[in-house]
Design a protein around this ligand. Structure first.
Ligand code: SF4
Ligand code: FES
Length: 249
């Protein structure tokens, strides 16, 4: 069992200045998840009549992309290719001090404590992250469209992006290019994605810029911290798609 000091960002609302507040938690099992450890802290706070720490979560299975948290200076904490909900307390030691902050970026304003507004990602998706499908009843069976194994694998790799925003939080430029390039790539590699290909990349990149995210300078922190291992090669593909679309339009 572990006793820990937590230094947590508390911020009442979007306009509050916010600050780090110290908390102690005890008897933490190494088998608990990081969010279960925060649940214990919140139970303590509620019992004392204090306001619990607000943080995002939903599936707690590494699928939904809701959990965030900047833990000891790393998005999703010290483990690799896991989300905060799948991070376990065995990655820490008895007596550790753990800093817990929200994902910080101009495009992700803090709503409360550790919760940020990632609506910018939804607006980027709405700008082009979809395909047209004939639903008249004469729809061609997707399995009847030949796709090479190589392209199918690359498209599937890109499609594993869960939209968590760790790439933005890890980037010194707050760039969203890993996220946007994953969403562009998953369609760019498939025949089904070709109908809107030109508009998709132009509109998604334009929306990304309007949301205030920075540009990519090839630092690679996004790829290191991404819980789904999304590769930088997707950014190169998005740049090629953008060039092609710019010439066509
Ligand atoms: S690219 Fe990775 S870090 Fe960025 S939103 Fe997708 S899953 Fe999260
Ligand atoms: S809560 Fe769904 S990915 Fe972490």
């Amino acid at each position: 069992m572990m006793n820990l000091t937590l230094k947590i960002w508390r911020q009442k609302n979007a306009s509050d200045k916010g600050s780090i507040v110290d908390y102690q938690v005890s008897d933490i099992s190494p088998d608990m998840s990081f969010l279960e450890m925060l649940d214990i802290l919140n139970n303590q706070l509620i019992e004392k009549g204090d306001s619990p720490v607000a943080f995002d979560h939903d599936c707690r299975e590494g699928i939904c992309g809701m959990c965030s948290l900047y833990i000891n200076g790393e998005a999703h904490g010290p483990d690799r290719k896991v989300t905060t909900c799948q991070l376990h307390m065995r990655k820490f030691k008895d007596g550790d001090t753990i800093y817990i902050e929200p994902f910080r970026a101009k495009g992700f304003p803090v709503i409360k404590d550790l919760v940020v507004d990632r609506g910018a990602f939804d607006r980027i998706q709405h700008a082009g992250g979809f395909i047209s499908v004939n639903t008249s009843g004469n729809t061609q069976d997707a399995n009847a469209i030949p796709i090479s194994k190589h392209d199918a694998d690359k498209a599937m790799d890109a499609a594993t992006c869960i939209g968590c925003g760790a790439c933005v939080a890890s980037c010194k430029n707050s760039s969203a290019m890993l996220f946007v390039s994953a969403k562009v790539s998953q369609y760019a590699l498939l025949p089904q994605g070709q109908i809107e290909a030109t508009d998709r990349v132009l509109n998604m990149v334009q929306q990304m810029d309007e949301e205030g995210f920075g540009n990519c300078t090839n630092t690679g922190a996004c790829e290191v911290e991404c819980p789904k291992g999304i590769s930088l090669e997707n950014i190169a593909r998005m740049n090629r798609e953008f060039m092609k679309a710019s010439i066509k339009s």
